[in-house]
Design a protein around this ligand. Structure first.
Ligand code: ACM
Length: 262
């Protein structure tokens, strides 16, 4: 199976323009699973409840439904970050939709980063996986700063994830050291779709550092993108190869866990 990460710079606050870009990519990219960045439909640095309310919509909202429809129509699995509104609650979320997924799912970011805390509610979906039968692949989702907590990827791996996808708007650089370790320590594939560009709000600049990457289950880089500019990275995965967690005839990285000692 082929997985793709799309790297681009969403237009701040322009849901229509961003959705157009996303839908075109879904139609055109030759991959089974396509991952877009965090808050790809809206841009990132929306501060506080009122600003986030303006860009948030329900899972089946006007722009998110276009993404879901494109995924279904094209016969692909799509994971795409968006700002979700559920009543008065706003979540930094990712939709998981398309072929093999009866009902679109939504993951709500567990660990909010920096000023996201001013406008978003900490996610309550918990970490979950989705089995895609025609790909024989179990996919788990985390969002950006979730990487900083090894528990995120571990929770997904313990639920059988072969592939962890990570829509991102990364602003620090240390993730490039840690992310391959998340793949290696869980023996899973990991696809990081990171955005580029910069945003300015309330006198503050934030810059995003691209370098979207797909890691193999031994932590190797299978495909990666430059730090700047639009890019699509694609890798061929073999999900079944992640499932044997033994690394010699005696040790198994999951069976050897001593949960009673942690
Ligand atoms: C981040 O979680 N967007 C750094």
């Amino acid at each position: 199976m082929r997985v793709a990460c799309v790297q681009f710079a969403p237009v701040f606050g322009n849901l229509d323009a961003n959705t157009e870009i996303i839908v075109n990519h879904i139609d055109q990219i030759d991959a089974d699973v396509i991952v877009f960045p965090e808050l790809a439909t809206s841009g990132y640095f929306h501060l506080g409840h009122d600003e986030v309310t303006r860009i948030a919509e329900p899972l089946a909202g006007p722009t998110t439904q276009r993404v879901i429809d494109a995924a279904t129509r094209s016969g692909k699995v799509v994971v795409c970050g968006f700002a979700e509104r559920d009543g008065e609650m706003m979540y930094n979320a990712a939709l998981i939709a398309g072929k093999g997924i009866a009902q679109p799912r939504v993951y709500r970011k567990t660990h909010l980063f920096y000023k996201e805390t001013l406008g978003f509610t900490p996610g309550n979906s918990g970490f979950f996986t989705v089995y895609i039968e025609h790909l024989d692949c179990t996919i788990g989702t985390m969002i950006c700063y979730d990487w900083r907590f090894p528990e995120s990827a571990r929770a997904l791996a313990l639920q059988g994830a072969d592939l962890i996808v990570c829509p991102s708007n990364l602003v620090t650089h240390i993730w490039r050291m840690a992310m391959p370790v998340r793949a290696f320590e869980n023996k899973v594939y990991l696809a990081v779709a990171n955005r580029t560009g910069a945003e300015h709000n309330a006198g503050e600049d934030v810059a995003f550092n691209g370098q979207s990457a797909i890691y193999g289950y031994n932590g190797s880089v299978l495909a990666d993108a430059p730090a700047e500019g639009d890019a699509i990275v694609i890798a061929e995965l073999h999900p079944e190869q992640t499932r044997d967690k033994a690394f010699n005839s005696i040790n198994d990285i999951f069976k050897d866990r001593r949960e009673d000692m942690y």
